[in-house]
Write a new protein. Structure first.
Length: 506
């Protein structure tokens, strides 16, 4: 009852005219920021942080949190409409969202993305409200061995349960891991894989540059080849009946949405993980759970629902370690943490006691921001569909310009723009040769998380690999990961035995 009372006081704070206006304005800005390739929630919150000094601290954090929430919704817009991930958190949405748009089902993909985001956000805020202290303790129990085991589980899901060719999947993962290692060594500081001392590689390969190149430039090249003179990319239409049918169609995705919500929230509360790994892992698990995993990547609506629910749930989850432990759960919450320190607020276990008005005002604002982000997103779907109906001769230059802006924005280095074009050609060739791109994207996201976790663990254990099996949580996760990795071998053996048995009967 005390929690409900505190939450009620938080809603009173949120519904003050200034704070409510900040929530709505923040959600609208976030939608635009999330949909613009290369911007994303990190850049959006960082750029707009100075604006918050003219309002009280509670209003400031509510505004920035609303931008964060809106950006999680907005990332799906360009992923579905143009095939360019608006942010790294929306890359997994591109895998099936773009094929759906090309099939004339862009409205269904957008409705599913918005609704799944709302469900994921709502579930995560409820979990945040009810179980903040124990969940913070769980997050704190995850050290380097546990984080590495979790990363291994993500890779194993793609290998063991994916419908793709296993050798091609492994090749894709290894390429992604090699690319994630480009730059400076995390322990010695020595440069590695910088291709003849090219200075642009010293900062590593930016994930968005890879994603925009593969899914933006690569998409243009692929569409030019398959269109064969056709002028329109999509014959998308939108009527009131189709809108209602889109909401009704959410019944088929409820299992994937719920899974993405809980998985995304759990990954989100782990320090330094964030929404991108959560959405990619949710996509892999959804593919695992599906009756027809081969349809993923070709326009399966569950491939939109799972990652969108996960990235919204993870965005809320990442705020939990920030508030309860003073540890940012994602790059965006690291900026929010900096803002809180500037405003004179000290995150940590005592914040719930010393600043309850601030904390519960923020938690209540997440409920309100989630609702307004859904309403704004659904109401703007006709405009998004209009973009899909543009002739390809207009749409292709727009996509190209957005790709260049998105490739340049993260580091403001022309080296990354040229790199993006190279990745575009590579993405096109991978599609042509039927190599899965999702595992490579997963590897370049999780590689920078898995490598330091592995090396720190081995330093702690004096080089013994048993550290990944001796600790209860890490050991349990590693056993499941190894079983998944061996699953294709079990399938081959089972197939050979059944073939031999049928041959002997004949």
């Amino acid at each position: 009852m005390e929690t409900l009372s505190l939450l009620g006081s938080g809603f009173i704070t949120v519904f003050q005219p200034l704070n409510l206006m900040l929530v709505i304005f923040g959600c609208a800005l976030g939608l635009f920021i999330g949909a613009m390739p290369g911007l994303g929630s990190v850049n959006g919150v960082a750029i707009l942080l100075p604006m918050t000094f003219i309002v009280p601290p509670t209003g400031a954090i509510i505004f920035l949190a609303a931008i964060y929430y809106g950006a999680m919704y907005g990332g799906a817009i360009s992923s579905i409409m143009l095939g360019i991930p608006g942010a790294s958190t929306a890359v997994a949405t591109t895998f099936d969202g773009r094929p759906l748009a090309l099939q004339g089902r862009g409205d269904q993909a957008l409705i599913t993305a918005a609704t799944a985001s709302f469900i994921g956000g709502t579930i995560s805020v409820v979990l945040f409200t009810a179980f903040a202290p124990p969940l913070a303790a769980v997050a704190l129990a995850f050290g380097s061995p546990e984080i590495f085991a979790l990363m291994m589980l993500a890779f194993a899901t793609f290998v063991g349960l994916g419908g793709d060719d296993i050798p091609k999947t492994l090749f894709s993962i290894f390429i992604g891991l090699v690319l994630s290692a480009v730059g400076l060594d995390i322990i010695s500081g020595q440069p590695r894989l910088i291709f003849g001392n090219i200075t642009g590689f010293y900062h590593g390969i930016n994930f968005l540059v890879l994603a925009i190149g593969i899914y933006g430039i690569g998409e243009i090249l692929w569409t030019i080849e398959i269109s064969r003179g056709e002028m329109n990319v999509s014959q998308a239409t939108l009527t009131f009946r189709r809108l209602i049918d889109g909401f009704k169609g959410m019944k088929a995705t409820i299992k994937a949405t719920l899974m993405g919500s809980f998985l995304g929230y759990f990954v989100g509360i782990l320090p330094a993980a964030g929404a991108t790994p959560g959405s990619l892992m949710a996509y892999g698990v959804a593919k695992t759970m599906a009756k027809d995993p081969d349809s993923f990547g070709k326009g399966n609506i569950e491939g939109v629902a799972a990652p969108e629910a996960a990235n919204n749930a993870a965005s809320t989850g990442s705020m939990l370690p920030m508030l309860t432990l003073g540890i940012p759960g994602s790059p965006t919450t690291a900026i929010l943490l900096g803002g809180m320190v500037i405003w004179g607020l000290e995150p940590g276990p005592l914040m719930f006691v010393e600043n309850p008005k601030f904390v519960w005002g923020l938690i209540a604002s997440l409920y309100v921001a989630n609702l307004f982000a859904l309403l704004l997103n659904v109401s703007l779907i006709p405009g998004f569909i209009w973009v899909l109906k543009l002739p390809f001769t207009i749409l292709a230059p727009m996509i190209f310009i957005l790709c260049v802006i998105g490739g340049y924005a993260p580091t403001q280095d022309m080296h990354d723009v040229w790199l993006m074009f190279i990745f575009g050609v590579v993405g096109y060739l991978m599609r042509k040769l039927d190599y899965p791109m999702a595992p490579a994207v997963l590897a370049i996201v999780l590689g920078p998380l898995a490598e330091p976790a592995m090396r720190q663990s081995l330093i702690i254990s004096d080089g013994s690999l048993m550290i990944f099996f001796e600790r209860p949580i890490a050991g349990s996760i590693m056993v499941v990961a190894l079983l998944l990795l061996l699953l294709p071998l079990f399938k081959v053996i089972k197939g050979a035995l059944s073939k031999r048995a049928s041959g002997s009967q004949a």
